[in-house]
Design a protein around this ligand. Structure first.
Ligand code: SF4
Length: 474
């Protein structure tokens, strides 16, 4: 089990002045949020006074996750990866979602390079009220030329705020790129058994995070990490190799699992760093181009599997929406708090400027249910949606668990002012809540209760064919 911190474990290292400069009511509230990773130490200006130096160091040690958090990039698109405190998501929340990078290379024509980077930066898909985005660009050196590599890095740095991964094993090529964009804190990829001394100097000189690569050799990986830590580097990312063909994929999953378990359960500090996986490597297979659709599909599901087993960074090649959506959706699911169901505020929502003649729907406040229904109500021409507070629990479970009852619905309709919004005096309840329709009609007196479809995708046809409140004389 993960080491569970209590607010007092952290509070004792804070100044205790309750000055409120961090935006919290007092130091205890700040300590609670520090444990939940909702704030960072840097938000307490007081702790950086010289007199608190020892306390600050002690607090950093207490808060250090078994898998260290590493920040890549600068500004508002910087990403932090790692910071994991548990192996299994149900033990505690997984913090810092897997960062997704799309690859580009230094032989791409400039306009093509800029276009792809802009597409990555502007990509956004909205799901359950959240914006799902891509996070980084991985620049591969295929030219072997320091000038070309540096120029491509410079173009990306000037055109985009996205953090970069600079990929070459040649320290001379790497340094040219770092001269151009080192101030943007790119992730250096990668130090290996041959070049690690040169890469250690570069990471130290430019103050950038460094990837450590030892494909298929975890002993070598550990040994390299130990040497780099002795050198004073602590912002490391581990690359144990990504093998995707045949038995290689099992081996990859096993390596990732062993690394994460060793870091957290055995508290091995040499291996307590974020992991990078490269599903894009599927394109190195000689048969990859023979059936591109199949290769893309493999890249997508292997990325999902690697994210589950415990990749903190994924480098992808494919940029098709159907490849990305399963990965982004899976990331969203993995990185929600398992202790709190995703919910929306229990209130009344307007869809497409509804009027007093628009339909009035009622449902639970599970975010997934609400956003699904909202789309279907929109397709049906709009209306009012009232969400009953079911604690974010889905509709079927709420009905079964008596968290969506006739009196709760009647009360919410009154509290939200929904009964005054429409003149037709009719309300539509979900098909799965049909059993409460009679009781609800009794409670609402002269109102008509319609039982809607079980599947919300049938709402448009329900409105067209069934919902005729004016014909009911209401
Ligand atoms: S800024 Fe620091 S000292 Fe002030 S209340 Fe917040 S945690 Fe306490």
């Amino acid at each position: 089990m993960p080491k569970i911190l209590r607010p007092m474990d952290v509070y004792k290292y804070l100044p205790g002045t309750n000055c409120g400069k961090c935006g919290e009511a007092n130091c205890m509230a700040f300590a609670t949020k520090l444990i939940e990773r909702q704030v960072s130490i840097e938000q307490c200006p007081e702790i950086f006074e010289a007199k608190y130096k020892d306390k600050l160091e002690a607090m950093r040690e207490v808060l250090r996750a078994p898998v260290k958090d590493v920040t890549i990039g600068v500004g508002d698109r910087a990403v932090t990866v790692g910071g994991k405190v548990c192996v299994y998501r149900h033990e505690l929340t997984w913090y810092h979602p897997t960062a997704i990078a799309i690859d580009v290379h230094d032989e791409m024509p400039e306009d093509e390079l800029v276009k792809r980077v802009e597409q990555v930066e502007n990509f956004v898909f909205e799901r359950i009220g959240m914006q799902l985005k891509l996070d980084m660009v991985a620049l591969r050196c295929v030219s072997g030329s320091p000038e070309k590599f540096a120029k491509a890095a410079d173009i990306i740095g000037k055109k985009s705020k996205l953090p970069m991964i600079l990929c070459t094993f040649n320290p001379d090529v790497m340094e040219e790129a770092l001269i151009a964009v080192g101030d943007k804190r790119p992730l250096i990829y990668a130090a290996n058994e041959r070049n690690w001394k040169e890469y250690a100097k570069l990471a130290s000189k430019y103050q950038c995070p460094l990837t450590v690569s030892a494909p298929g050799d975890l002993s070598m990986l550990k040994s390299l990490c130990r040497s780099l830590r002795k050198y004073g580097l602590d912002d490391l990312v581990l690359d144990p190799g990504t093998y995707l063909v045949g038995e290689g994929f099992n081996e990859t999953i096993n390596m990732f699992t062993m690394l994460r378990m060793t870091a957290i359960e055995k508290e091995d500090k040499d291996l307590g760093y974020p992991l990078i996986a490269v599903p894009a490597a599927i394109w190195l297979s000689p048969k990859a181009k023979e059936d591109e659709a199949s290769t893309k599909m493999q890249e997508s599901y292997m990325a999902c599997a690697l994210m589950s087993r415990y990749a903190d960074i994924l480098v992808l090649h494919s940029f098709d929406i159907w490849v990305l959506l399963p990965i982004l959706t899976w990331r969203q699911n993995l990185y929600t708090d398992p202790r709190v169901p995703l919910s929306v505020k229990p209130t009344i929502y307007e869809v497409k400027e509804p009027t007093e003649k628009s339909p009035l729907y009622v449902t639970c406040n599970s975010a997934l249910t609400y956003f699904l229904i909202r789309n279907d109500v929109e397709a049906a021409g709009g209306g009012w949606i009232v969400c009953v507070d079911t604690g974010g629990i889905s509709l079927q479970s709420s009905v079964a668990g008596k968290r969506f009852t006739a009196d709760m619905v009647a009360e919410t309709l009154k509290e939200t002012g929904a009964l005054e919004k429409v003149k037709h005096k009719s309300v539509i309840i979900p098909g799965y809540a049909a059993r409460i329709s009679g009781e609800l009609e009794d409670m609402l007196k002269d109102w008509k209760v319609f039982v809607g479809p079980r599947d919300s995708s049938a709402i448009p046809s329900f409105i067209e064919k069934v919902w005729k409140p004016e014909m009911e004389g209401k």
